[in-house]
Design a protein around this ligand. Sequence first.
Ligand SMILES: *[C@@H]1O[C@H](CO)[C@@H](O)[C@H](O)[C@H]1NC(C)=O
Ligand SMILES: *[C@@H]1O[C@H](CO)[C@@H](O)[C@H](O)[C@H]1NC(C)=O
Ligand SMILES: *[C@@H]1O[C@H](CO)[C@@H](O)[C@H](O)[C@H]1NC(C)=O
Ligand SMILES: *[C@@H]1O[C@H](CO)[C@@H](O)[C@H](O)[C@H]1NC(C)=O
Ligand SMILES: *[C@@H]1O[C@H](CO)[C@@H](O)[C@H](O)[C@H]1NC(C)=O
Ligand SMILES: *[C@@H]1O[C@H](CO)[C@@H](O)[C@H](O)[C@H]1NC(C)=O
Ligand SMILES: *[C@@H]1O[C@H](CO)[C@@H](O)[C@H](O)[C@H]1NC(C)=O
Ligand SMILES: *[C@@H]1O[C@H](CO)[C@@H](O)[C@H](O)[C@H]1NC(C)=O
Ligand SMILES: *[C@@H]1O[C@H](CO)[C@@H](O)[C@H](O)[C@H]1NC(C)=O
Ligand SMILES: *[C@@H]1O[C@H](CO)[C@@H](O)[C@H](O)[C@H]1NC(C)=O
Ligand SMILES: [Zn+2]
Length: 555
Amino acid sequence: MAIFKQLSTTLAFSALALSAAIYPREDDTISTKPACVKADALVPSFQKSIDTILFDADYKNASIERLSGAVQIPTLMDDDPPNPEEDPDYYSEFITLHNYLNETFPLIHKNLKLEFINTFGLLYTWTGSDASLKPMLFTAHQDVVPVNNDTIDDWSFPSFSGHYDNKTDSLYGRGSFDVKNLMIAHMEAVEKLLEDGYQTDRTVLLAYGFDEEAGGSWGAKYIANHLEKEYGQGGIMVMFDEGPGLVKLGNNTYVAAIPNAEKGYLDAEVTINGVGGHSSSPPAHTTIGVAASMITSLEDNPPFFSFNIENPLYGFITCAAEYSTLLPMSMKKVVLGASTNKTLENLLGLTLFTTELTKNYVTTTQAVDLIDGGLKANALPETTEFTTNYRIAYGSSVANTKKRFLKYANLTAASFGYGLIVDNKQIINTTSLGYINVSYVASLEPSPVSPSSGPTWDLLTGTIQNLFVNDLWGPQNLDNNVYSASAIVTTNTDSRHYWNVTDTIYRFIGAVTSPTILETIHSADEHVIMDNHLQSVAFFYEFIVNTNEHGQEIK
Ligand SMILES: *[C@@H]1O[C@H](CO)[C@@H](O)[C@H](O)[C@H]1NC(C)=O
Ligand SMILES: *[C@@H]1O[C@H](CO)[C@@H](O)[C@H](O)[C@H]1NC(C)=O
Ligand SMILES: *[C@@H]1O[C@H](CO)[C@@H](O)[C@H](O)[C@H]1NC(C)=O
Ligand SMILES: *[C@@H]1O[C@H](CO)[C@@H](O)[C@H](O)[C@H]1NC(C)=O
Ligand SMILES: *[C@@H]1O[C@H](CO)[C@@H](O)[C@H](O)[C@H]1NC(C)=O
Ligand SMILES: *[C@@H]1O[C@H](CO)[C@@H](O)[C@H](O)[C@H]1NC(C)=O
Ligand SMILES: *[C@@H]1O[C@H](CO)[C@@H](O)[C@H](O)[C@H]1NC(C)=O
Ligand SMILES: *[C@@H]1O[C@H](CO)[C@@H](O)[C@H](O)[C@H]1NC(C)=O
Ligand SMILES: *[C@@H]1O[C@H](CO)[C@@H](O)[C@H](O)[C@H]1NC(C)=O
Ligand SMILES: *[C@@H]1O[C@H](CO)[C@@H](O)[C@H](O)[C@H]1NC(C)=O
Ligand SMILES: [Zn+2]
């Protein structure tokens, strides 16, 4: 799934700026206290290779090679991958990738335990010296989406070349940003720590599913079950999965957007069952007409917004309001005032909802994605089927979404004189015209919200502060400001399978991320900027060390 396409500060910002035009400018002071937090930097005492990772040309060259090699292996994933035990041939490229990792990270393969979960899932265990501490877990996925043949010509460099373009410092190819970059970054960090002779107190787990782009039910699901057996419910301290990173708010000002939640999911499958026969003697409405009417009523009445200041997006919007130079003062006041004023809270929700670039973060989205009906021009279609996909907003639920769907199915059935079955339950008796059959084929509640304060959050944000301000930018420019904020993603990652093993999940890659790169995910010219990739490597290196040095009390 594409990650976090739209939550880029620049975009969200200009959107807010536009919507702010409807508010009058008043005085230019803000009375609420600042809520966007700059964390205290956490300085690790062990940081042997941080400068090498960030600044050394040889290290960078070697890193380019490591990532390029991984991108060149086309570990493609379709929508319905076969059972890996029954059809291992489908997964042959994954074996190539495993051999490649084995060659590329010799110390990891020498020192860590490697388990193959459900044949192609990878679980590396770096056993810590203190078994009483819950492990930290870093996840990514090995698979990539295919390249659409129609877009082959839109690529600046071939889509599986892993080509490094020195002019733009970019490495190109499918998977270079979604998300082999993340898998390789974890492994580079651990390999370097091993090379540096580092011993971890807390166990470090690296886990890589192989069908995230198809929902993760062969890969991540099995890995998560395995971890639950091994460490118990809640047995993992913290988990990092794919997501965004630091986004630029203005000159020298960045916010680390840390999604600690993701939206839910529902697919509603509908079959309109009607009468067949010759089309010379049709009913007033064929099943296609009934389906069209139901789709129209669903689209004409889209879900409204669901927003309050508990929405993780509010953290990010708050930072934008406090530190963006683009946002008008009147709009800043709405954002910041929302924390204590219900009227402003609703106004903010409405504003985010009516703004194209932010609306998907505050509402359940609805998209009719599949339709099928009819066989011949002179035959009545006995059935017409369509599928509607929902991404359920924070604050809503699968039950709410089903309830709304039932309303429109019921209205359609009643107005056309059809019966109605929902989830195999007869709601309206089948009539001589037919019946509408609704079934919900896949569903997921909006995720639990992971902590955005407390010791693990402080470790994370303190590491970000130290890495970016002190290690990376400090020497050149002490004016850089980095803030950290919660956020939410509109798509689902493999992390959906891990809710039982940890309540602390951050979808964050620890690198500066630009909006233009996010737009290349699942599309042409997917690429990663190598200097940003090296930030990820340094981030995971430093987070592991900081957790050992500053997080001993976290059980
Ligand atoms: C990095 O690789 C490029 C191309 O392979 C080479 O020209 C350059 O000298 C290398 N730089 C270092 C520091 O090794
Ligand atoms: C990695 O490569 C070594 C050396 O070729 C081999 O002995 C080992 O079995 C390989 N390990 C895996 C997990 O493939
Ligand atoms: C795309 O092209 C490749 C190579 O020509 C071919 O193997 C593949 O089946 C095509 N994919 C689709 C979806 O048409
Ligand atoms: C491109 O290569 C040249 C020469 O090797 C090097 O000086 C320069 O820093 C490289 N550019 C980037 C963006 O890495
Ligand atoms: C940011 O820096 C650029 C280049 O120095 C400058 O042109 C621009 O005005 C600055 N923007 C703000 C908001 O300070
Ligand atoms: C909330 O904000 C609105 C709009 O600025 C204002 O009219 C109202 O008095 C405020 N309510 C409270 C309780 O402060
Ligand atoms: C279905 O519609 C009828 C009126 O046409 C209404 O009485 C009934 O409550 C509705 N049922 C549901 C579940 O919405
Ligand atoms: C619906 O069908 C059932 C079983 O055939 C029957 O008992 C019931 O009376 C019917 N309900 C209506 C409202 O016709
Ligand atoms: C309704 O749809 C479900 C799912 O496709 C199917 O299992 C069930 O048999 C259908 N019921 C009827 C009466 O068509
Ligand atoms: C989590 O645990 C609950 C209760 O033990 C179980 O019903 C559920 O299936 C588990 N969820 C996953 C994703 O494994
Ligand atoms: Zn991904």
